[in-house]
Write a protein that binds this ligand. Structure first.
Ligand code: 0X9
Ligand code: ZN
Length: 304
């Protein structure tokens, strides 16, 4: 049985998505981007089937050890399907939601089966493994905050877009951006309590900087009201650290998705292993992340 008191293995998450799709066939269907380097499917769901609706895309689990991200993604799917809250029901009705909880399935499996602190995918390079998939996207690839050394945690890969997982996500987005009117792209990570927008590769401001800053500030305020947690909002370069080749920069600059954010969710209060969040934190963390997303979506809708 699936819940939000535990972290779950890839196959349990996929099984739960299948169960939800057979339980709510009118509202949700399972999607498949194709297979990863090691032959695991990259599965997600689409909620909402009104072709007139704009879509929100949620990418999660690009970094394997950030387990709170897939748990938050499934929480959001569940809320959109089952919530009695009128505001959430409205958002489920007025938007289509495309959610991929685990876009790095090889890495995610590896954190369960071998090394809890693994971050990258599992591509082989001589005697070491792994590309940081959030440095592999073809937008100012490997220009700052990434590495050409395959032993490093932030290895950008041998070339821009070299990894199968990157290619799968890129083709999916390219194929669906117009068809599904994807206007919002949210990437879920941990830890740091930040709501960040492009760019990651430069401190230069995006054209809609003021809007993204305003929505981010509103979202941070909504979290503060809900849980008392302090989230910082700002452009990625100045808020966390410079980094290039991230999926968010690519989605915004190369694909043209206007509302793009990278969330850094909670880490544990005091621990050496800041990616290891106690399972009791899943529910409040996921809830505040969903609150932030709803706030951004509603604030953006008001501007149109
Ligand atoms: O370093 C990262 O990829 C992210 N931090 S994490 O601790 N989750 O690894 C920051 C986002 C960098 N991202 C982009 N350039 N989009
Ligand atoms: Zn991350």
């Amino acid at each position: 049985k699936y819940d939000w008191q535990h972290f779950f293995h890839l196959k349990t998450i996929y099984g739960w998505m299948d169960d939800m799709a057979s339980k709510y066939p009118e509202q949700i269907s399972v999607l498949d981007m194709g297979s990863s380097t090691q032959g695991n499917s990259i599965k997600g769901v689409k909620l909402g089937k009104n072709p007139a609706n704009k879509a929100i895309f949620i990418e999660s689990g690009i970094h394997a050890r950030e387990w709170i991200a897939p748990a938050t993604a499934t929480y959001i799917i569940n809320e959109l399907l089952t919530s009695k809250d009128a505001r959430i029901q409205q958002l489920a009705k007025n938007y289509n939601w495309i959610v991929f909880p685990c876009v790095n399935p090889d890495g995610y499996r590896y954190t369960f089966e071998h090394d809890r602190m693994w971050r990258k995918n599992r591509q082989l390079f001589g005697t070491c493994r792994g590309v940081d998939l959030n440095r592999n996207y073809p937008d100012h690839w490997n220009t700052t905050g990434s590495s050409s050394d395959p032993t490093r945690y932030d290895f950008a890969g041998p070339s821009a877009g070299s990894e199968l997982e990157t290619q799968r996500l890129m083709s999916f987005i390219r194929e669906h951006v117009e068809k599904d009117q994807i206007k919002t792209y949210i990437a879920l990570h941990s830890y740091s309590q930040m709501l960040m927008f492009p760019y990651g590769y430069t401190k230069e401001h995006v054209a809609n900087y003021d809007d993204l800053q305003e929505f981010g500030k509103k979202a941070a305020a909504a979290i503060k009201t809900e849980s008392g947690r302090e989230y910082v909002s700002g452009n990625l370069y100045e808020t966390i650290y410079p980094s290039s080749g991230g999926s968010m920069d690519w989605a915004h600059a190369e694909v043209g998705i206007p509302i793009s954010y990278t969330f850094e969710l909670r880490g544990p209060p005091d621990s050496q292993d800041l990616f290891i969040l106690p399972a009791v934190e899943i529910q409040p963390t996921a809830s505040e992340a969903f609150t932030a997303i709803r706030t951004i979506v509603e604030a953006a809708a008001e501007k149109n």
